[in-house]
Design a protein around this ligand. Structure first.
Ligand code: GLA
Length: 522
């Protein structure tokens, strides 16, 4: 990487991004108004406002937290979270409008960091059975995924029979006869197990009934069967499909799960409700009220860089996620949907779309898929067949596939320094500091005060991207930093000497087409 001393006048400022409005918004803040923390941990809440509004002050901040005013673009609350309890602080906007922020501090949060695991849908679709789920669970160990932090084995649609039993219960499909043995097996591997249902009459595939009107019985069964997570879809909604209807439908399941867990003598926070409403009703505004601790914000991801038809390409997901970064936080995760890296065009639904292109991400696009999802602090759900990460022929998904890129795939999805961005306990998402048609640069606050930087080339040709460190408001003026390359696990050097940087420096970084480079400042 080459250092340059040119002044670049065209660099976009934070404010130009944070002022973006969310269509149809009803909130007074353009960031979370219900926040969470573990007791005594570093806590950050960015008070991003809509254009024209500004934070004038905050009342009733718990001891240990302060309103910080050192960043252009927004003010933020920062400090050490207090002891467990329910708190409320009030943000006053210019003009006198007040916004109450609910602040839950508890050691029993369902999702202090975004969950990591595997979802069966893209690679396996209907090709699931007890044996296949067990084989996938084995893959967590065999390929070091568990060691890297993946610990949720999530069964997606098509596990249940098409109809309920005479007494109104969901029934496991014929390929899941020994479901009790299956759950025991997955738990025995030190993994959690997730299931799937829908807040309407039928699931999205139409293969199994939804839980609408059956929330209590289904929650009771999910808990009795010893599941740890429910992905809860929103197809075939019969209770209406406005944001208010969705909030009601998800709250019905959230409440039913809490009740069922309590009745079974378990902690409600040991169960995760994963909302899958696809983002159309802006769940980041209201989903935390329902009992869910993560929520899909995007259309179903597809195995393409660019997918204008279904809006599921890496580019389209970025378009959504880059606008809602300030809603991200501990125990309230905006989800960017399943990772695509490793599928290489072998999935089922993930091949739809793509505007005539062959499905499959190339190496650079895979770096962006994984790297950006970690910058977003999205839950990390692999959707490739993780049992073929040895390059051997494998027909578990119903088609014979050899993953010749297994080594690079594994290196990407188990890169610990990159995963650490996602799993950071401060829970902040990457915040665009320069967003153009051809590239996007983001900074990410980290709990230990060593911020991250991503540089993504969105254009179809390799290009130079200029980064002015003075625009990274997470860096401190006057401080000297080393810069660490997170894909290659090394500090940037000149010869053998580690480079030193300050906020007066700027660079030109050459980034291949569609790639993302990731750094941290130490
Ligand atoms: C929807 C969801 C997907 C998947 C399918 C299953 O499309 O968004 O993630 O669960 O349903 O049918």
């Amino acid at each position: 990487m080459k250092r340059v001393l040119l002044f670049i006048a065209t660099f976009a400022l934070v404010a130009s991004v944070s002022a973006q409005n969310v269509k149809g918004q009803k909130a007074a803040l353009n960031s979370a108004d219900k926040v969470y923390s573990l007791p005594g941990k570093p806590f950050m809440h960015k008070l991003v406002t809509f254009a024209g509004d500004e934070v004038a002050g905050v009342e009733n901040l718990p001891k240990g937290l302060a309103l910080m005013t050192d960043r252009p673009g927004y003010k933020y609350i920062y400090g050490k979270a207090p002891a467990a309890g329910e708190y409320k602080y009030t943000v006053t906007l210019n003009g006198g409008r007040k916004v109450d922020v609910g602040f839950t501090v508890s050691k029993d949060l369902a999702q202090p960091t975004p969950f990591m695991g595997v979802l069966t849908w893209n690679a396996f679709q209907s090709h699931i059975s007890s044996d296949i789920i067990k084989a996938i669970a084995d893959g967590f160990d065999t390929f070091g995924l568990k060691e890297a932090g993946y610990d949720h084995m999530c069964i997606d649609d098509e596990w249940a029979k098409h109809d309920r039993s005479a007494d109104g219960r969901l029934q496991w499909g014929p390929k899941f006869q020994d479901y009790e043995g299956l759950v025991r097996y997955v738990h025995g591997k030190g993994l959690k197990i997730g299931t799937y249902s829908d807040a309407g009459s039928y699931t999205c595939s139409g293969a199994q009934p939804g839980s609408y009107g059956y929330e209590d019985v289904d929650a009771e069964d999910f808990v009795k069967w010893d599941f740890d997570l429910l992905k809860y879809d929103f197809c075939n909604a019969i209770g209406g499909d406005t944001p208010e209807d969705a909030e009601k439908a998800y709250t019905a399941m959230g409440t039913a799960l809490d009740k069922a867990m309590t009745k079974a003598g378990k902690k409600p926070s040991d169960f995760k409700l994963y909302m899958c409403e696809w983002g159309g009703r802006q769940p980041w505004l209201w989903a935390a009220n329902t009992g869910a601790t993560c929520w899909r914000c995007t259309a179903d991801t597809r195995d393409y860089w660019d997918d204008p038809a279904y809006r599921g390409g890496v580019k389209q997901v970025l378009d959504v996620m880059k606008k809602i970064w300030a809603y991200q936080g501990v125990n309230r995760w905006n989800d960017a949907d399943m990772l695509i890296v490793g599928l290489h065009g072998t999935g089922y639904p993930s091949n739809a779309g793509g505007a005539g292109h062959k499905p499959g991400l190339n190496y650079e696009e895979s770096l962006t898929n994984f790297g950006l999802w970690c910058m977003f602090a999205s839950p990390l759900t692999l959707s490739n067949n993780i049992t073929n990460l040895d390059g051997k022929p494998n027909d578990l998904t119903g088609k014979t596939v050899v993953n010749k890129d297994y080594a690079t795939d594994l290196a990407i999805i188990t890169n610990k320094e990159v995963i650490a961005l996602d799993q950071d306990p401060l829970g902040q998402a990457g915040e665009p500091i320069c967003d153009t048609k051809d590239y996007i640069v983001m900074q990410k606050d980290m709990a230990d005060g060593h911020p991250a930087l991503s540089v993504t080339n969105l254009s179809d040709l390799g290009r130079n991207i200029r980064v002015k460190l003075g625009d990274l408001t997470a860096l401190k003026a006057g401080k000297t930093y080393k810069m660490r390359d997170l894909w290659n696990h090394c500090y940037l050097t000149t010869g053998k000497k580690v480079n030193k940087y300050t906020t007066n420096d700027e660079f030109v970084i050459w980034v291949p087409a569609h790639a993302t480079y990731l750094y941290r400042f130490y």
